[in-house]
Design a protein around this ligand. Sequence first.
Ligand SMILES: CC(C)(COP(=O)(O)OP(=O)(O)OC[C@H]1O[C@@H](n2cnc3c(N)ncnc32)[C@H](O)[C@@H]1OP(=O)(O)O)[C@@H](O)C(=O)NCCC(=O)NCCS
Length: 231
Amino acid sequence: MPDQQKQPRIDLWFGRLAADERRCALLQRLLDDEQRGRAEQFKTPVLRNRYIESRGLVREILAEYTGAPPETLRFSRQQYGKPYLPDCPELSFNLSHSGGYMLLAVARRCQLGVDIEQVKSRGNFAGLVNKCFAGPEIAWWKALPESEKVPAFFRLWTRKEAFVKATGRGIALGMQHVETDPETPGGFVQIPEPYGRPEHWRLVDLDFRQDLSGALVVRGEQPTCSWHAFD
Ligand SMILES: CC(C)(COP(=O)(O)OP(=O)(O)OC[C@H]1O[C@@H](n2cnc3c(N)ncnc32)[C@H](O)[C@@H]1OP(=O)(O)O)[C@@H](O)C(=O)NCCC(=O)NCCS
């Protein structure tokens, strides 16, 4: 539908993965052989259950859009790993999880990417900033008061990651080539040339919790977003 392409409607499904044994046993029945095999490879029960729960929930949610039973959905991956439904290619979706939370963005005929990250101090931020941020972003981040550096890092990081996930190329695209204006949300300053012009893409900062940073990126016009909780 032309209107949908002009102003994409994005459903954002968010919730906490409870990793509850009984619930996971039920959701596991929805997975295919490949997913069950991958679940077995996780080293701890919590990580295994989170995987089973997120995969099961993705099936239940996408089934609402396709009309097919969740256990019958077939998943394929694009060249660099972005999942899609070959039997329903007009359904666009992207998944992100962090710290036991999951966000799934769903739309029709829309190139999109989403990322959430738990906002907490970890590792060598300055090293990652030097490697993955663009020149003006590095200068801006380094000039911030110490107390603002962690949330600011994740603000910019999730924007970049949502972009590389929207393209389907992933982080190998080079995060430093994706630049946003830290003070002006909504769009991009620079993106790698094969992906068109920065104004072809829209960026939505998802400020919905203090402990999580999030971003949604879509190709096209400014999207309208509807939030949904899964249980
Ligand atoms: C996709 C990628 C950005 C994930 O980042 P992350 O913060 O660890 O994880 P998130 O929870 O936000 O997203 C993971 C989900 O994104 C989706 N995804 C996987 N590859 C994707 C891609 N190329 N583009 C968009 N989405 C992708 C999957 O649904 C995945 O969930 P799964 O692990 O349960 O299958 C990263 O793993 C990546 O770049 N992968 C592509 C392969 C690649 O280039 N690898 C080089 C590593 S140096």
